[in-house]
Design a binder for this molecule. Structure first.
Ligand SMILES: [Zn+2]
Length: 332
C-alpha cells in the first residue's frame, strides 16, 4: 500500500489531502472523480491509512503503527469497502452502512467508508445514503469514487468535497512505471504512451496482458482497409463481445490512426505511441490523406461516446466498421 507522498501525479489533490490530515480539518465526505485507472483508489487507500493512522506525520501515515499495519493487511475493523453487488450498489448495502454508522469505532479513531463506483448506486440507495451524508456522524469519513460523477444526485455532489483526478501525463506514467517495476525507460515509454493516461492500463500492458489485444485492435485498421461489408460485420461481432472490449478496441484504434496522422504530418518516429510498429505505420499512413484520418478519428470517438451512453454496442461498431471498410474509405 502506498503513502500519499508516493502517489505519482495528482499533486494538487495530494496537497489538499496532506493539509486535511495535518490540520485535522477533515471533511466528512469526499468524492474522488475521474476516469478509470488514473489512481483514484490508490490515493483513497493512502488517504484512508493516513486518516486511521495513530501517529501521522507530515500529513501522511506513519506506516508502522498497529492501525497502519492492520489496514495494509486488509484487517482494520473500522475500514469498510462498499462496491457494486452485481451491476449496482443496492439499498440493502446502504442500510448496512446506516446500521453501523451510529456506533463508535472499534479502535477509538475514525471510521472510513470507501464506496467504489458510487455512480452504480440505485436511485433508492442514493437517496438513502443522502440522509447519512446530511447528518454526518462524528469521526466518520466517506470516500466516494466515481468515473461518472455526472450521474450522481446533485444533492450528493453538494455534500462531498470533490477532488478531480485527470488522466496522468506520459512523463508521470513513465516515472511511476520505472519506480514500480524497475523497467528500462524506453519500455516504460511504450506502455505509458499506449495507456491513454491510465496507470492501471499501463501496468496491464507491462504485465503483457494487453499486448495481444492491442495488436488485434491495431490490425483492424489494415483489415478494414482491405475488407468488404461481410468482413466488417464479422469484425464488429468479435469486437462487441463486451462493452469494455469494444471501448478498448476503439481507444486503441484511435491511437493507431493518431499515429498514422503523426507520421504523415511529422514523419517523426519518436512522437508515435506504437513505437514498436513503425514499419506498419509508415505503410498504412501512405493510404490516407490528413483530412480522412482526422475524420476517421472523429468517427471512432463519436462511436465510443454513443456506446458509453448505452447505444447498442454491436450495431454501433457495425456502422463504424462499414464506414471505415475498403470501398467507403477509398471513395471518401
Ligand atoms: Zn500509522
Amino acid at each position: 500500500m502506498k503513502f500519499l507522498q508516493q502517489i505519482v501525479g495528482h499533486k494538487q489533490s495530494i496537497k489538499i489531502l496532506n493539509k486535511a490530515i495535518s490540520s485535522g480539518r477533515v471533511a466528512h465526505a469526499y468524492l474522488f472523480a475521474g476516469p478509470e485507472g488514473v489512481g483514484k483508489e490508490t490515493t483513497a487507500m493512502a488517504f484512508a491509512r493516513a486518516l486511521l493512522c495513530s501517529c501521522p506525520a507530515g500529513g501522511d501515515a506513519c506506516g508502522t503503527c498497529r492501525e497502519c499495519r492492520q489496514l495494509s493487511s486488509g484487517n482494520h475493523p473500522d475500514f469498510y469497502l462498499v462496491e457494486p453487488a452485481g451491476a449496482s450498489i443496492k439499498i440493502e448495502q446502504v442500510r448496512e452502512i446506516q446500521r453501523r454508522v451510529p456506533y463508535c469505532s472499534y479502535q477509538g479513531g475514525r471510521k472510513i467508508y470507501l464506496i467504489r463506483q458510487a455512480e452504480a448506486m440505485t436511485a433508492e440507495a442514493a437517496n438513502c445514503i443522502l440522509k447519512t451524508l446530511e447528518e454526518p456522524p462524528r469521526d466518520t469519513v466517506f470516500i466516494l469514487l466515481s468515473a461518472r460523477p455526472q450521474v450522481l444526485l446533485p444533492t450528493i455532489l453538494s455534500r462531498c468535497q470533490a477532488l478531480y483526478f485527470k488522466e496522468m501525463s506520459v512523463p508521470d506514467l513513465i516515472r511511476g512505471l520505472v519506480s514500480l517495476n524497475e523497467m528500462p525507460e524506453e519500455e516504460a515509454r511504450l506502455y505509458a504512451s499506449l495507456s491513454g493516461g491510465s496507470m492501471g492500463r499501463a501496468l496491464s500492458y507491462a504485465s503483457g496482458a494487453l499486448m495481444a489485444d492491442r495488436d488485434a485492435a491495431n490490425a483492424l485498421a489494415g483489415a478494414l482497409w482491405h475488407g468488404g461489408p461481410l468482413e466488417s460485420v464479422e469484425m464488429a461481432e468479435k469486437a462487441s463481445e463486451s462493452k469494455p472490449k469494444a471501448i478498448f478496441t476503439l481507444d486503441t484504434l484511435a491511437c493507431w490512426y493518431r499515429d498514422l496522422l503523426v507520421w504523415r504530418e511529422a514523419g517523426e518516429a519518436g512522437s508515435l505511441f506504437n513505437t514498436d510498429r513503425v514499419d506498419t505505420i509508415k505503410t498504412e499512413a501512405a493510404r490516407y490523406d490528413t483530412g480522412r484520418i482526422l475524420a476517421i478519428i472523429e468517427e471512432i470517438m463519436s462511436t465510443k461516446r454513443k456506446i458509453e451512453v448505452n447505444a447498442n454496442t454491436r450495431l454501433a461498431l457495425e456502422t463504424l466498421f462499414l464506414r471505415l471498410s475498403g470501398g467507403f474509405s477509398q471513395q471518401c
